[in-house]
Design a protein around this ligand. Sequence first.
Ligand SMILES: NC(=O)c1ccc[n+]([C@@H]2O[C@H](COP(=O)([O-])OP(=O)(O)OC[C@H]3O[C@@H](n4cnc5c(N)ncnc54)[C@H](OP(=O)(O)O)[C@@H]3O)[C@@H](O)[C@H]2O)c1
Length: 305
Amino acid sequence: MRVLIVGCGYVGLPLGKVLARQGHEVFGLRRSALAAAELKAAGIVPLHADITQPATLAQLPRNFDWVVNCTASGGGGAADYRKIYLEGNSNLLAWLAEAPPQKFVYTSSTSVYAQNDGSIVTEQSVTAPDAETSKVLVETEKLLLAAANGSRRESLGQKFPAVILRVAGIYGPGRGHSFKSFLRGDARIEGDGTRWLNMIHRDDLIGVIIAALENAQAGEIFNAADNAPVTKRNFFEWLAAELKRPMPPTVPADPETGHRRGVTNKRVSNTKLRAELKYEFQFPDFRAGYAAEIARLKQDGGLDF
Ligand SMILES: NC(=O)c1ccc[n+]([C@@H]2O[C@H](COP(=O)([O-])OP(=O)(O)OC[C@H]3O[C@@H](n4cnc5c(N)ncnc54)[C@H](OP(=O)(O)O)[C@@H]3O)[C@@H](O)[C@H]2O)c1
């Protein structure tokens, strides 16, 4: 297949490497030319454009069979989200309209679910987030779903083959927010620590994206999280035992801060992903993934402090 990866970063670059190794013709898009050598070394043809600038897209090659959009805003507020996710996807839809791919996979986020009662959320659950940034992600999903069922005004009845992955917290080599704060010694357990964390190892996300490219139906949504959500307390207890370090201190939970930052408490179900895409996790839970990361860090001397 001729594949375009839009956003060749932490996930996109190794995804491209795997696809190239599988024999696909892979193109990788970034804004800057700085990583061109890294992309080439991974077997990816580097392309440069900014998805927020349609004129830069117009100069790119076309006729891709598969397109993956895994650009990220790199933090930022709702205005940044609107530019990169909503306008970015809208610009990609317009640009791809002339030569639509067979499949378009977009990496959304489990932050579209605002559930805060520890309940299990499936793809059918309500998506009514408090955080302005997450509201933009919901809007972006709606845009792509409307394109997938041909109901966008601009689509003239054409169905665009968009598939949405709602991705949990990504961790893997060199990544993992709570893990890094544990290592730095500035992690805290808020309240009783029973808030659930949902994660996915980068290499599993790559596998899930490929499974979606190969087998997902247009217009479908899949949660992309591993098999076992874990409470924050249990997460740190495991790390503390594994690394023989003290547990982080407990601090009172501040509901106001939580509300403002869109902190949620839910267990993201991956049942649909496993049943319909038949995806088998390489790292079924955080223990498997972090055991591998800890072994890697030990070998590199990354834990010697
Ligand atoms: N991190 C998480 O836990 C998490 C959770 C849920 C969902 N996600 C989603 O997962 C996906 C993959 O994330 P990641 O960690 O791989 O992100 P990342 O490492 O930040 O990579 C993002 C890539 O997008 C490119 N990019 C940014 N703005 C662009 C623009 N305007 N035009 C073209 N390219 C642009 C960046 O390249 P340049 O800077 O060189 O342009 C970079 O290569 C993202 O869609 C993210 O929203 C992440």
